[in-house]
Write a protein that binds this ligand. Structure first.
Ligand code: NAP
Length: 323
């Protein structure tokens, strides 16, 4: 009988990092699929900053992960057995049943992917769609100066590259290390980048800020915006990592400069996905954008060390765990 290892959430991390005892590795038999179900062997799962946010309760918010089972998370797997009409062994599927080696569930939970769309099956877990949808929330004008935070991260690395191919005049990345400065300028084609640990440089006026971090970087960006500038509010990594809310102190400037601050959630824009798939796969195939990803080897045993390393800013691009 095939068995599957799963990581179960036992208690909630009190602080920023998970500590021993909060998660347990559990071995379970892989049951045969019931009518309408399929068995999927997971190949990759996404590791993203939201994992910790969803484990913890933050400032009165309900945590999204239940105790006593594997948390949800995005994964890609291959169908190994099916009792569902729409799924065949060998199909590549995207789903939310991560944190386990095998998933057995109703076929509705699995979305069949086109294996040939991207160079690697792992690319289907890219956060490029988040960058794409976010930039569609504002008007990007030819020649705009665009600033992207966490520019070497999963979303930021793609937001800066989309801005470049869509006609921005100058694309600047804010990052957390000299290696990342080199990566976003030399590999991803950003015009400039700076390590925010060295202070916030004079950027000479920003038209569009793609914000993945929030907190003090958002405040600094508001200070650097040109009049009528546009800010895409995508994420709040700083708060996710520290668990601390941050009060933006210069909102008055947003009024004086007539800024637009536009938040969004990717899931509200599923209508853009087919267009995204077409445009993005063509950009990748033509070599116009680099799909940056770090693959962590070693399966579930490496999940928590990888989450910790991500918090320390150790990785480039989208972080994926290979099962
Ligand atoms: N709106 C939506 O629909 C949507 C969808 C997906 C994700 N998001 C959000 O977008 C944000 C970015 O997601 P991602 O997957 O692309 O993450 P990411 O940027 O790849 O996250 C890892 C990076 O965060 C940075 N970081 C670590 N600690 C930090 C801190 N204390 N302050 C600031 N930055 C820190 C590090 O980069 P540096 O070394 O450069 O600091 C690290 O490499 C997250 O908040 C995520 O929840 C939103």
């Amino acid at each position: 009988m095939t068995t599957s290892r799963e990581l179960h959430l036992i208690t909630r991390p009190p602080g920023t990092l998970p500590v021993p005892g909060e998660l347990a590795m559990v071995e379970v038999p892989v049951r045969a699929p019931g009518p309408g179900e399929a068995v999927v062997r997971n190949l990759f799962m996404a590791i993203d900053p939201g994992l910790l946010l969803r484990m913890r309760s933050i400032e009165g918010e309900e945590p999204e992960f239940d105790l006593g089972g594997p948390p949800w998370g995005h994964a890609i797997g291959e169908v190994v057995e099916s009792a569902a009409p729409g799924l065949r062994p060998g199909d590549l599927v995207l789903h939310r049943l991560a944190w386990r080696e095998y998933a057995v569930a109703d076929a509705e939970q699995f979305q069949v992917l086109d294996r040939d769309l991207y160079p690697s099956v792992s690319n289907h877990l890219s956060s490029a769609v988040v960058a794409y949808v976010g930039l569609h929330q504002i008007e990007l004008r030819p020649g705009d100066t665009v600033l992207v935070s966490s520019a070497a991260g999963a979303v930021g690395s793609m937001a800066g590259q989309f801005a470049r191919v869509w006609g921005a005049g100058r694309v600047i990345g804010s990052v957390g290390s000299p290696e990342k400065v080199e990566f976003v300028t030399k590999t991803l084609g950003f015009d400039e980048a700076f390590d925010y640990h060295d202070g916030w440089p004079d950027l000479g006026g920003i038209d569009v800020y793609y914000d993945t971090v929030g907190s003090w970087q958002l405040e600094a960006a508001i200070g650097a915006m040109n009049p009528h500038g546009r800010i895409v509010l995508c994420g709040g990594t700083e708060q996710q990592h520290t668990g601390q809310a941050y009060g933006i102190r210069n909102m008055q400037l947003a009024i004086e400069k007539r800024l637009t601050l536009q938040g969004f959630t990717t899931d509200d824009h599923l209508d853009l996905f087919p267009r995204f798939d077409r445009e993005f796969s063509a950009l990748v195939a033509n070599g116009d954008v680099v799909l940056a990803e770090t693959i962590v080897e070693g399966g579930l045993d490496q999940l928590i060390p990888a989450v910790q390393a991500q918090l320390e800013g150790a990785y480039l691009g989208k972080v994926l765990l290979r099962f």
